[in-house]
Design a protein around this ligand. Structure first.
Ligand code: NDP
Length: 314
């Protein structure tokens, strides 16, 4: 019989505790999984699986060995002052999550490339408004961030026939995608794009990367898709440029402040599609396997996979 692995504490206001508990225990029957509101033996907690836990959360757990971020983006964890020293932090990089994200990005890009908002509007007016479609290869899409999620999305976009460019920090190679790296290449990439898709982590380097000046460097009328983090963008500048038409349209899943406040001008702009931060989520049935494998590694004194580098910020 597998020796008892200890206890995992769970905290999330977005994810269902019982679903995750069942998925984890299906992989590791000897792991005790407790909700953070029901911790009675904090000294037994070796693993914490969290999404945006409250300040001081980890301080009650003196024997913590692993922090599992319940999602791909770790910006809400890195930089916190209350993180325990020398406890590895992992994130979820599940292929199913990448597929879900690629599906959203493909939907957003196709919607802009095929001018669907124009036809929806025409339909509302009862108008047969023919616009000849452009071939996919005539539309250039730039995917900024070629990590687990960005690389999958870029791959799917080029499969659809879009001229696809990618941008990352270090050089990447994705079949059929024109890859560029480093700050010096960014403006050249975005100035060629009909559709810009943000898939970067939020770090001190990417915070407000899309300020007014950079947004103005986008092609007039280009579409903007943000599925990464709202803080990458100066939202007021984006709103102004969407109003003026310099940015033709936007699909926004993330915002500087979430939920997006009632009355924000973005809500009522006809060229903006808003979704409430759900482009992709961690899927328990598939993610539990990698989390279980990491728990076993840590229990055996090894380093877990998918560790983040707090000095890099992602
Ligand atoms: P990864 O860490 O796997 O990849 C990040 C990519 O961004 C890498 O290609 C990296 O470059 C690049 N990058 C990071 N910093 C810079 C920089 N300063 N300049 C240029 N490129 C940079 O992340 P994921 O693909 O897993 O996720 C991306 C983001 O998506 C997450 O951080 C999260 O914020 C967001 N997200 C949003 C969700 C939603 O529902 N809206 C769901 C899940 C995630 P390099 O390859 O050189 O390291």
């Amino acid at each position: 019989m597998t020796p008892a692995l200890g206890t995992l504490a769970f905290y999330s206001n977005f994810d269902d505790f019982n679903t995750w508990k069942n998925a984890l225990q299906a992989q590791l029957p000897s792991l005790e999984v407790v909700h953070s509101s029901a911790i009675d033996r904090p000294q037994d907690i070796h693993y914490a699986m969290v999404w945006k836990p409250p300040e001081g959360f980890f301080q009650q757990m003196p024997n913590l060995r692993l922090i599992i971020n319940l999602g791909a983006g770790v910006d809400s964890l890195v930089g916190r002052r209350d993180l325990p020293q020398n406890v590895p932090i992992t994130r979820i990089t599940d292929p199913q999550m990448s597929r879900m994200m690629a599906g959203y990005v493909l939907f957003a890009v196709l919607r802009h490339a095929r001018e669907i908002p124009f036809f929806e509007q025409a339909q509302r007016l009862g108008e047969w408004a023919y616009r000849h479609p452009r071939a996919p290869g005539e539309t250039t899409v730039a995917v900024l961030g070629l990590g687990q999620l960005g690389a999958t999305a870029a791959h799917e976009l080029q499969r659809q026939g879009f001229r696809t460019l990618g941008w990352s920090r270090s050089p990447a190679h994705i079949e059929g995608v024109g890859c560029f790296a480093g700050m010096e290449a960014l403006d050249a990439v975005i100035s060629q794009a009909d559709i810009v898709v943000l898939m970067l982590p939020l770090t001190p380097q990417t915070n407000k990367l899309f300020d007014r000046e950079r947004l103005e460097r986008m092609r007039p009328g280009a579409a903007f898709v943000n599925v990464a983090r709202g803080a990458l963008v100066d939202q007021a500048a984006l709103t102004d440029l969407l109003r003026s038409g310099h940015i033709g349209a936007a699909t926004l899943d993330v915002f500087e402040r979430e939920p997006l406040v009632a009355g924000d001008p973005l809500w009522s702009m006809p060229n903006v599609l808003i979704t409430p931060h759900l482009a992709s989520v961690a899927i328990p049935s598939s993610s539990a396997r990698q989390i279980a494998a990491n728990i076993l590694r840590v229990a055996a004194g090894e380093s877990p996979d998918n560790m983040i580098d707090p000095t890099r910020g992602y």
